[in-house]
Ligand binder design. Structure first.
Ligand code: CUA
Length: 180
């Protein structure tokens, strides 16, 4: 039989499904179900994807909250740009903002203490990527992302922007210190 001949049976849906096809459908369905149940599983047991809550905000509302924390808890400044290093009390709400092309300010946190970390963008879409632990999430203007974080290892963490945000994207680096 060649392809330009009409099928022998016109009503193809009355033809029983072939064994091989049934096997493939079963394999595909099984894999779909595994992936489906991986979503809630990974949500609970995964080490990388964070659960956050998001609130609507605006740069005009968010900026002053960040500034209020900086005014109250700055302990020193770093680099030529005088980036404030802020050490808020353990257990408090801590704020970071993303803008072209900075993560602002530098945070100094204590190991094994829990904080509510707020992040929002003042302009465009940025990507928060915490190194070397590889925690990632989107930072979108108009939304305030809030995460409960408990740093469990002391050290210096880098914040890298991993969403292309223009000519200075590759210079958009921030820092979080975790003290013993
Ligand atoms: Cu911000 Cu790329």
């Amino acid at each position: 039989m060649t392809s330009y001949l009409p099928p022998a049976q016109r009503v193809w849906w009355n033809v029983p499904v072939g064994r091989q096809e049934i096997v493939w459908i079963a394999i595909a369905l099984t894999w779909c179900l595994i992936m489906f149940f991986m979503m809630p599983y990974w949500h609970v047991y995964g080490k990388q994807n964070l659960s956050n809550v998001a609130y609507k905000t605006t740069p005009a509302q968010y900026g002053p909250k960040v500034q209020a924390m900086i005014d109250q808890y700055t302990v020193r400044t770093e680099t030529d740009q005088q980036i404030p290093v802020v050490a808020p009390p353990a257990g408090s709400d801590v704020y970071m903002l993303a803008r072209l092309w900075q993560w602002w300010p530098i945070l100094e946190l204590e190991k094994d203490k829990t904080y509510r970390l707020h992040i929002s963008s003042m302009d465009w879409n940025h990507g928060f990527s915490l190194q070397p632990v590889n925690i990632n999430f989107q930072v979108v203007p108009g939304y305030e992302m809030v995460l409960n974080i408990t740093p469990d290892k002391a050290g210096v963490y880098g914040v890298v922007c991993n969403e292309y945000c223009g000519i200075g994207h590759h210079t958009m680096l921030g820092r979080i210190y975790v003290k013993e």
